[in-house]
Design a protein around this ligand. Structure first.
Ligand code: SAJ
Length: 438
């Protein structure tokens, strides 16, 4: 089928769509295209996830407004069907790939899932089909990995198949909202392919659809998250300086941001989540074979990754005020999710802190109102603990009477990574240490 014919099928919603990878990105994407009237096949490797989806239940943790109802609707109308069988993709006109692209211990992507998908897909790909990678990938991956893998058995780009990448901008808790409203960068291996992709996303995206080449799409997605990581690292470094020279980073930030064009972000106990800790390394990886002296982006990652350990340093100093050693302390860690009012623990800074405390010999009690397994009564959990360390700005903590927390603890040792209890700063009855307060 020619690209023009495919574009017409897409515009008429006659194109058969497949989505490979039914996680927190792929599942809402599949449901959205089914909602607007496309016939969608979802492919995954996890059988229980497939089974849940086919009975209209969402396998995604956390509160995703509208997703459960939408899934029930599109599976009941049989516009969305999930499977693990790639043979069911043999008649698909458009195939979206939404698999995870983590980095390894050397901060490099292995693309294990992406490679497996491409190797299976090329065996069943219909002539004239459009393949779109939505996963976040390093600049150059479309040219250096995706196209070569798809063509290993002789397929020819822009003859046997068309290819592009369109990174997603979802966020846990706002999956459907972001998919529908945020603009998207639409990378095509040819301008005509990008145009066909725009006609596809026009059905579900209200935001801008900016047609570009594939490298630009790869660069935009990884750079937008590296940008945020560097901004956070700057705020964290200013916070550390404030601690050293007797400043208050929150006052400094407020006044810095009064200066035109300044938007200093929030310092804190670290940077977690599914994108920000990873995407800067993907951006850097894209330039790995060049002579580019990569300094700022890796340094920002080091700074942000050091913040949980900084929390342990603040704790050690505060315990020493009571002649307590970390190794013999019992410590309450408040917050295990990576983000306030979320149950998502992916790459959570708290996991790094808990590991460091345990390695120091401390006994650790974890509390988190959102994370299963840690939803105990906070004040009960505090009893018998020598100190509390606040890692996440959950609303429950903001609403807490800090005097009750102090009364429950053995000692009034309170370490604050998210400016939750700053009202007690300077009070003699607390050994209060906080990120950014000197
Ligand atoms: N964080 C700080 N200081 C800040 C902002 C965040 O320490 O000023 C920490 C958070 O505590 C968290 C981590 O960084 O541990 C990430 O927070 P985030 O607000 O960036 O939330 P994410 O990880 O869900 O980021 C997503 C990203 N969206 C996509 O990749 C599509 C990111 O690009 C968005 O900017 C962000 O949502 C958003 O602003 O909603």
């Amino acid at each position: 089928m020619s690209l023009d014919a495919l574009k017409e099928k897409i515009e008429g919603k006659q194109a058969k769509i497949a989505v490979i990878g039914l996680g927190y990105v792929g599942l809402p994407v599949a449901a959205e295209f089914a909602r607007v009237g496309f016939e969608v096949i979802g492919v995954d490797v996890i059988d229980e996830r497939i089974a849940k989806i086919n009975v209209g239940e969402s396998p995604i943790e956390g509160n995703e407004p509208g997703l459960e109802d939408l899934l029930a609707e599109v599976t009941a109308s049989e516009r969305l069907h999930a499977t693990s069988d790639y043979q069911e993709l043999a008649d698909s006109d458009v195939i979206l790939i939404d698999v995870q692209t983590p980095v390894d211990e050397n901060n490099e992507p292995r693309y294990v899932a992406l490679k497996a998908v491409l190797q299976d897909l090329r065996k069943v790909l219909k002539k004239g089909a459009l393949v779109i990678v939505e996963s976040t990938i390093a600049p150059g991956t479309m040219n250096n990995l995706v196209q070569p893998l798809l063509e290993e058995d002789g397929l020819v780009l822009n003859d046997d198949y068309y290819l592009g990448n369109c990174p997603e901008r979802v966020m846990p808790g706002k999956l459907l909202h972001n998919l529908r409203t945020l603009s998207r960068v639409v990378g095509g291996m040819t301008p005509e392919t990008a145009e066909a992709m725009v006609s596809l996303y026009n059905h579900v995206v209200e935001g801008d659809l900016d047609a570009v080449d594939c490298v630009t799409a790869e660069l935009v997605k990884t750079a937008e998250n590296a940008y945020r990581d560097v901004q956070i690292a700057f705020a964290n470094e200013v916070a550390l300086i404030c601690e050293a020279v007797g400043g208050d980073v929150w006052k400094v930030r407020e006044l810095v941001n009064k200066s035109p064009g300044r938007h200093m972000l929030l310092p804190g106990a670290g940077v977690g989540g599914h994108c920000i800790p990873k995407d800067p390394w993907l951006l850097v990886y894209g330039a790995k074979d060049s002579e580019v002296p990569l300094r700022v982006i890796p340094a920002a990652r080091m700074t942000n990754d050091s913040m949980p350990l900084h929390m342990a340093e603040l704790l050690t100093d505060a315990l020493a005020e009571h002649d307590l050693a970390l190794a013999s302390a019992r410590v309450l860690v408040m917050g295990y999710a990576y983000l306030e009012n979320s149950d998502d623990t992916r790459n959570s800074p708290s996991t790094d802190l808990v590991k460091a405390l345990a390695e120091s010999g401390a006994e650790v009690v974890i509390h988190d109102p959102y994370v299963p397994g840690y939803q105990s009564d906070l004040l009960e959990s505090a009893k018998g603990c020598d100190a509390a360390v606040v890692m996440v700005r959950h609303s429950e903590y903001l609403d807490l009477d800090v005097e009750l927390l102090k009364a429950a603890l053995n000692y009034p040792v309170l370490i604050d990574g998210r400016a939750v209890f700053s009202q007690v700063a300077g009070q003699d009855d607390f050994s209060y240490k906080a990120v950014g307060l000197g």
